[in-house]
Design a protein around this ligand. Sequence first.
Ligand code: IPM
Ligand code: MN
Length: 355
Amino acid sequence: VRSHKIAVIPGDGIGIEVTASTLAVLRAVQDKIGGFELSFDELDYGSARYKAQGSYTPEGWLDYLRKSDAIFFGAVGDPDVPDHISLWELILPMRQKFQQYINIRPSSILPGIPSRVVGTKPGDLDWVIIRENTEGEYAGQGGRTHVGTEWEVATELAVFTRKGVERVMRFAFETAQSRPRKLLTVVSKSNAQRYGLLLWDEVAEQVSKEYPDVKWDKMLVDAMTVRMVAKPTSLDTIVTTNLHGDILSDLAAGLSGSIGIAHSASLDPTRTSPSLFEPVHGAAFDIMGKDLANPIAAIMSAAEMLRWLGEAEAADLVEKACRQSIAEGKTTGDLGGSLKTSQVTSEVVDILEQL
Ligand code: IPM
Ligand code: MN
C-alpha cells in the first residue's frame, strides 16, 4: 500500500468548511479504489490560534511541514487581523520557503455552468494560467521611511531573477507543448516596468528557442484582460508574474463561472519541498459558518494533489465526480443551485461511489 502523509491546514473562515468536505471526499475515494493510504495531519495554524496564543504557527513549523508529502490548505484571513499580517504569517512564507515557484490555475467552462462570456459555450474557454509564485511583486522587499510625515516614502520592490524567470518560463513552454493546441501567451507589462519585465520578455525569447513547436505570443497585462473577455478562445496556456497572475486568475474564475470552483496547485517541480494545494478563493467572512461555501474548488485542488502524489486514478475519479455534480445542477448558490456545502459534499461522495 502506497502511503502519503498530508499536512492539512484548514486555516480560517470557509477554509475550515471546505477542508472538511475535501477530507470526506478523499476518504471516500481511498476506500473505493484502495491501493493507497492517506494520513491526514490536521494542524491548527491560523487566525484563531493567533488570537488565542499570539502566533499563527508554532516554532519550527516550516521544518515540520517539510516532512509531509503534500500540504492541503483551506484559506487564511480574519476580520480581526489585518490581511497583510495573516498572509505573511502563513500562506506566503510556505510558497516562498518551499520554493513552490509554479502556481497552476486552470479554468474552463464546465458543462452545467451558464456561460459568463458572450458567445461561449462549455468547453470553449479552456485555460491554464501559470503564475510565478515566489518572486516578482510578492518578493516582500521594500519599506517605509519618515512614517506619518509628509515626506513619508513607501517602496514595494518587485524582484525578478534570471533563474526565477527562466524556471517558470520553461515550465510554461513545457505545459503548452503538452497540450493539444501548443499555444502559449506570455504576459508582462514591459512597456512600463522596464527592468524586471524586460528581463521576463527576454528570457521568454530565449527559452522559446528550445520549444520550436510551441506557438507563442506576448501580451501586456492590460490588453490581456480585454482579450480574455473578448477573444477567450484565442488563449490556451498563459504565463504571468506573481501579481498579474493573482489578478488574471480571479478574472478567469469569474469568466468561467465562479471563484467557487477555481482550484490551484503551488508546486515545487524539483520535489525538494512539499507542494501545496488550495482553492483560489479566500476565507470569505461574509458567508463563513453558514454551510454556503462551494466546496468544489477545494475538492478539485485535492484531486490535483492526488495526481501530484501519483494517484492518477483517484484524481480522475474525484474530478469526474465534481464535474458530474455540476452538470447535474447539484450546486451551491454561486453556481445558481440551492444546495448547502454539506449537501454538495454528499452528492459528490455518492456520485463517486457509483462511478
Ligand atoms: C490567492 C490569494 C493570495 C495571493 C493571498 C491570500 C495572499 O489572493 O491565492 O490568489 O494574493 O496570492
Ligand atoms: Mn488571489
